[in-house]
Design a binder for this molecule. Structure first.
Ligand code: ZN
Length: 138
């Protein structure tokens, strides 16, 4: 597959504003974007560190994926996102290698990226996301 870098690390939090405060005041990072992704039932906040971002995720609905995650496992690292090119081809290749896909077809995630999740049952317990920034080529 050959991802170019870790695009972001997704972290589930109960209170986005309190978490932003910690990342800004204590860690000294700057939140550059807050965005609600209605489809995923989350509110997200982004911080840039080098080529990588931290994506804080607050659930807007206890029945949403992050709400259920926090209920089961508490706050913490939720997923790891790899930057890739040709995301459709990557998904086809992974599927041919027997990797279970949550998204067989990419969808639009935060920041307008094309994203798709791989099932943690196929990736040694880590929820993995592929991200392609198709706008960057323009
Ligand atoms: Zn993500």
């Amino acid at each position: 597959m050959k991802p170019s870098h870790i695009e972001h690390i997704g972290i589930a939090v109960k209170d986005l504003d309190a978490a932003i405060n910690f990342y800004e005041k204590i860690l000294g990072l700057k939140c550059y974007n807050i965005e609600e992704v209605a489809e995923q039932k989350v509110r997200t906040a982004f911080f840039q560190i080098g080529q990588t971002k931290i994506e804080l995720l607050e659930s807007t609905d206890p029945e949403g994926p992050v709400g259920k995650f926090i209920e089961k496992r508490g706050e913490g690292v939720h997923h790891l996102a790899f930057a890739v090119d040709n995301i459709e081809d990557q998904l086809t290749g992974l599927s041919e290698n027997g990797v279970r896909l949550i998204d067989k077809i990419p969808r639009t995630g935060a920041e307008g990226l094309d994203i798709a999740f791989l099932h943690p049952g196929s990736t040694f317990g880590v929820l993995m996301e592929l991200c392609e920034n198709k706008k960057k080529a323009l």
